[in-house]
Each structure stands twice: as structure tokens, then as C-alpha cells.
Design a protein around this ligand. Structure first.
Ligand code: MN
Length: 381
């Protein structure tokens, strides 16, 4: 596709249908990037429009190919789920969660229900797009999802033609099959913010991150440091985890479970706000607070949003690079980037200074809010 066979690929239809002065949905880049990516992303958004449905979006040729699936996916191969092809969406849409105003196209609440990567079952590594072009043209995709909720191989098979073709989404037989299950009913919250549809709909200003608490991603505690390459190590102090939401006007420190620690660590919050005021930037960072009162220190080890850009899907190494740029040569009283370096050195240092241990994280891992996965490991002294 991608215009190779003359089919319409691009964002013209998407933009024609929307008034970006009214809706908070992204307009997308002027030109979709056509750069080949090693991994292709997918997202499933639950959308309470006139009729509730699930929007399945697959990254291909720099846009998100999109299908509206009224009943959502199923892990049971006996279920054939109708999937109506709709217009391509911009990649930025993957981060959209909020409410499209009534009267606008697709008016209603949108939740990010699942996301991750996918690949073509028949493709050699890195050649997914070639295979997907052919399979899409022939009307039969065979793809494997690696999401938080959806996993395993599925087929998408076209059942008619025309400008808005109908397809069927069917689970292939593999070890991920769960017969008789209802994955849609099992998960009623956002994979990003943990909110229900009602909570998203109740949000006053969709799209402003100050109103959205991101649950911290958690490490698994392990006895041994991970072996091999691809890990990034930081000193862990053992303090209270807190995500800081910072703009030039305000800063809030929110601990696990949504507990607001802004008043308790008022000096740190004010120092962050003043920093954002000087640099005219807004950002969301993750870290831990060690010590109390005047001795309290916020050790920062992640950057989740920077300006308008959500970085949750970016690999850890990219997020840390941006964090380094943000904090470069700038002193913020009571705040510092957590020391990083060789694991063994950090472990000795933690033992010497009474720290907790070492936080080891996969360099290529995205930020998974509220999740405890093997990609983050805490090794105690
Ligand atoms: Mn929709």
C-alpha cells in the first residue's frame, strides 16, 4: 500500500473530518515519517462514541492503519470479530486519551486500552513492512501482538471490498489462546492511567497532564544483578517513589496510590516549579525522595513527559538522554539525577552510604505505568 498500489494512505481524510480548534485529538505531523522502524507499534483504544467500540491501530508506513472493532478482540479462536476499516490515524494518536467534544466527529470518551508492538508472522526480522504490504493488499494479515493485555498470533481477514472494507479479527491457535474468556470484560481500565471510562469522562480538561496521575512503574526485587548487555544501573536510596508534575505555575509530587506529597516536600516542589519557570518548560519526572525536612532529596531517574511529548513509549535510554539534556548543568536545590554507572560500583556505594541497592533497567524498555515487570529489577545490598 503506501500509495504503491494507488490506495489512499495518509492523513488527509483524518484531518478533513476533524476541527483541531475544537477537539484535543492530535493533528499529526505535516508529513508522516516513512522511516523504516525495527519494531512496529500497535494500540487499542476503547471509544464510547455513538456505539461503543474498540479501535485497533497498527503502525505501517508512518501512520496507524485503523479498524473499528465493535466487540473488541477475543482470545478464543471461535470468536470472529467484525473489524471495519477506517481512515489512517497519525502515530501521535497512540497517546490520545480523553474526551472528544459532543458534535465533533467521533464525539465521546477514548481510553488507551492496550498497546505494545506487533510483527508479521511470515516476516524475517526487520522485514515486517514488506510482508505486511503484501498481506494487506491480499486482504489477509497474520500478525503477533506483544502488548500488555493482548498477546499471540491473530489473523485479520478482509471479507469484502469497497472504500470501507469489512474484515474479521480472529485469534490463531497458539499457547496464548484462552477459550471462553472475555478479555474485554476482564480489563475495564486504561493501560496508561488506570482510569475507567467514567473517570476519563469526568476529567475537566482532557489532555492536560496535571489532571492525570501516572502510576509509577515498579521493579521486581532480585537477588542477583542481571547478566549481559542492555541494562542501565542507578543507585537506589530506598525512599518513597514519587512522580513530579511540573509546570511554570505549579509542581505536584504524587506518590504511589495517588497520595499527594506536595505539602510534605514543599521545598522540593517549589524548586522544581521555579526551575520550570526559568526554562519555560513543563515536564513529568519519576524518582524517589530520601530524607525528611531540609534534608529531603529527590533522586530523579526517569522522564515521562517533556513539553508536549509523552515519552512513555520511548526506550529508557532515550528518556534518560532527554532527562540529561533537561537537567544539564542546572542546579535545582534538593533535586538531582540519581547516580548511574557500573552495577558493582553502585552496589558498593549503596552499602557504604546506607542506600537500598541498585535499580537495573532494560535500556530498550518503555515505561509501563503501574506495572511490575522483569524489565526493572531492584538488587538490594
Ligand atoms: Mn473510534
Amino acid at each position: 500500500m503506501a500509495g504503491r498500489d494507488g490506495s489512499a494512505t495518509g492523513l488527509d481524510e483524518y484531518r478533513r473530518k476533524r476541527d483541531f480548534h475544537t477537539t484535543a485529538e492530535p493533528a499529526g505531523r505535516k508529513r508522516a515519517r516513512r522511516k523504516r522502524r525495527a519494531t512496529l507499534r500497535f494500540v487499542i483504544q476503547k471509544h464510547a462514541a455513538t456505539n461503543l467500540h474498540f479501535d485497533l491501530r497498527l503502525e505501517l508506513d508512518g501512520v496507524m492503519k485503523s479498524w473499528a472493532v465493535p466487540k473488541g478482540p477475543s482470545m478464543d479462536p471461535a470468536d470472529k470479530r467484525l473489524a471495519m476499516e477506517v481512515e489512517d490515524h497519525p502515530i501521535e494518536y497512540n497517546d490520545f486519551e480523553g474526551t472528544i467534544p459532543k458534535g465533533e466527529y467521533g464525539g465521546g470518551t477514548v481510553m488507551i486500552w492496550d498497546r505494545g508492538t506487533y510483527h508479521a508472522d511470515e516476516a524475517e526480522p526487520g522485514r515486517d513492512e514488506e510482508v505486511l504490504h503484501r498481506e494487506y493488499r491480499e486482504g489477509k494479515l497474520s500478525i503477533t501482538f506483544d502488548g500488555e493485555r493482548l498477546s499471540g498470533s491473530f489473523t485479520l481477514v478482509r471479507t469484502d471490498s469497497g472504500p470501507k472494507p469489512k474484515w474479521l479479527l480472529i485469534k490463531h491457535r497458539d499457547e496464548h489462546v484462552r477459550r471462553g474468556s472475555d478479555i474485554v470484560a476482564e480489563h475495564e481500565t486504561s493501560i496508561v492511567t488506570g482510569r475507567t471510562m467514567a473517570e476519563i469522562a469526568a476529567e475537566e480538561e482532557p489532555g492536560t497532564f496535571e489532571d492525570v496521575a501516572i502510576a509509577p512503574m515498579m521493579p521486581k526485587t532480585k537477588r542477583e544483578l542481571p547478566e549481559g548487555e542492555g541494562w542501565i544501573h542507578h543507585l537506589a536510596g530506598g525512599g518513597e517513589r514519587a512522580v513530579a508534575y511540573v509546570t511554570a505555575e505549579s509542581a505536584r509530587l504524587i506518590a504511589r496510590g495517588g497520595k499527594d506529597r506536595t505539602d510534605r516536600y514543599a521545598a522540593i516542589a517549589e524548586a522544581l516549579r521555579a526551575f520550570a519557570g526559568r526554562t519555560a518548560g513543563a515536564f513529568v519526572i519519576d524518582g524517589e525522595i530520601n530524607g525528611e525536612g531540609a534534608d529531603a532529596r529527590y533522586l530523579v531517574f526517569d522522564l515521562l513527559l517533556d513539553g508536549d511529548g509523552a515519552l512513555l513509549d520511548s526506550p529508557l535510554e532515550d528518556r534518560l538522554e532527554r532527562l540529561g539534556v533537561l537537567f544539564r548543568r542546572r542546579r535545582i536545590p534538593g533535586v538531582r539525577v540519581a547516580p548511574s554507572g557500573r552495577a558493582a560500583t553502585l552496589l558498593r556505594r549503596a552499602a557504604r552510604e546506607g542506600g537500598d541497592g541498585v535499580l537495573a533497567r532494560r535500556a530498550d524498555s518503555p515505561y509501563r505505568p503501574g506495572r511490575r515487570t522483569d524489565e526493572w529489577r531492584l538488587v538490594r545490598t
